[in-house]
Design a protein around this ligand. Structure first.
Ligand SMILES: Cc1ncc(COP(=O)(O)O)c(C=O)c1O
Length: 394
């Protein structure tokens, strides 16, 4: 039976990780996979996370099953972190999931349960796994124009035109902040316009919030999501704790379904618990408990926020240094967008040949669409990358 399986194309980003590992060159630089790394190339455990784990180890007395939808302290902490005063637990269904990916998958399953004829609008480009999951589920995907390859900024006019064709019963997937793979984001006025379009069309937003705290700050990065939540009656939010808590392998995520009334919330909550039960039954506990412990303790929370700010500030500084270096080398401002982009990624706008050349000649690994992970850089490698970009003719 299993011999009938068709070979699956490997995930391009994960394949690139393997290629990098196998490269014997000393000075190779990994700007591929979306993982935060410090200046030494290490992905550290955050201080508050370690402390939370110590406390958990000292106090936990059982490993028996916990909540099917996650624990209430985690759900509440996530609701408040994402929505602040706009979090209304009485009308918000919440689900602990297997990472942000699990939240996206369950959000799409939920939407399809509610509307079997669902179409999903996604930005062009988007995180490739979005499309892959939707294709696997057999969901019709409609792309909306998003990124202007010339300016490397959002082509908002085109985006507006395209998402205006969505209808009630469709889902419009939006990146809450730190757009992956481009690094180009909506400003708050543009979020307001998106809200107006959603009001007009009646389409349901699904906000993928995988990088809260990595762009302009913990509160600032949630501003678009909060604005949508304040104006649109039904909103789905798929949040990941992988990046902002640095707990990638703990697989911690959360799906929020904002509803208009308590009865709908109860329906959504029941359907979401059902989806967990059918997929993997109970969601992972450990990472969610870390997050709840950190967010619900004033000292741990303050320390986590301070460390998150260090991480964010470090990436911003690298962006500015790289943009300055490229300005000096190119004698132009054409790479200024790198300092304007936010989050871990920027799409450089290099051709596949130029990306391949940077890999061959300089041992610099970035995703084939020229997405580079800013956090893969440090003060020594920024000038090497800048020189490679110029020599590759970008
Ligand atoms: C845009 C986006 N959404 C969601 C995720 C999911 O993250 P995870 O499942 O690791 O929590 C990622 C991870 O790279 C991402 O880049």
């Amino acid at each position: 039976m299993l011999g009938n399986l068709k070979p699956q194309a490997p995930d391009k980003i994960l394949a690139l990780m393997g290629e990098f590992k196998a490269d014997p060159r000393q000075g190779k630089i990994d700007l591929g996979v979306g993982v935060y790394k410090d200046a030494t190339g290490h992905t550290p455990i955050m201080r508050a996370v370690l402390e939370a784990e110590k406390r958990m180890l000292a106090t936990e007395t059982t490993k028996t099953y916990a909540g099917l939808s996650g624990e209430p302290d985690f759900q509440k902490a996530m609701g408040e972190m994402i929505l602040a005063d706009g979090y209304k637990p009485e009308t918000t269904a919440a689900l602990a999931t297997v990472g942000g990916t699990g939240a996206i998958r369950q959000a799409l399953e939920l939407a399809r349960m509610a509307n079997p004829d669902l179409r999903v609008f996604v930005s062009d480009p988007t995180w490739p796994n979005h499309i892959s999951i939707m294709n696997f589920m057999g969901l019709p995907v409609v792309t909306y124009r998003y990124f202007d390859n010339d300016t490397r900024a959002v082509n908002f006019e085109a985006m507006v035109e395209d998402i205006s064709t969505a209808k009630k019963g469709d889902v419009v997937l939006l990146h809450g902040c730190c757009h992956n793979p481009t690094g180009a984001n909506l400003n708050i006025e543009q979020w307001a316009e998106v809200a107006s379009i959603l009001e007009k069309t009646g389409a349901t937003p699904l906000i993928d919030l995988a990088y809260q705290g990595f762009g302009d700050g913990l509160e600032e990065d949630a501003a678009g999501t909060r604005l949508i939540a304040s104006r649109i009656p039904e909103v789905l939010i798929a949040a990941s704790c992988s990046k902002n808590f640095g707990i990638y392998r703990e697989r911690t995520g959360c799906l929020l379904a904002l509803c208009t009334d308590k009865a709908t919330k109860d329906l959504a909550q029941g359907a979401m618990a059902f989806l967990n039960r059918q997929t993997y039954s109970f969601p992972p506990f450990h990472g969610a408990k870390i997050v709840a412990t950190v967010l619900n303790d004033a000292d741990l929370r303050a320390d986590w926020m301070a460390e998150l700010e260090e991480v964010r500030g470090g990436m911003l500084r690298l962006r500015t240094t790289l943009a300055n270096e490229l300005r000096d080398l190119s004698g132009s401002d054409r790479f200024g967008f790198i300092a304007e982009h936010r989050g871990m990624f920027s799409r450089l706008g290099a051709s596949p040949e130029q990306v391949a050349l940077m890999k061959q000649e300089f041992g610099i690994y970035m995703v084939g669409d020229s997405r580079l992970n800013i956090a893969g850089l440090n003060d020594e490698t920024v000038p090497i990358l800048a020189r490679a970009i110029i020599e590759a003719g970008v």
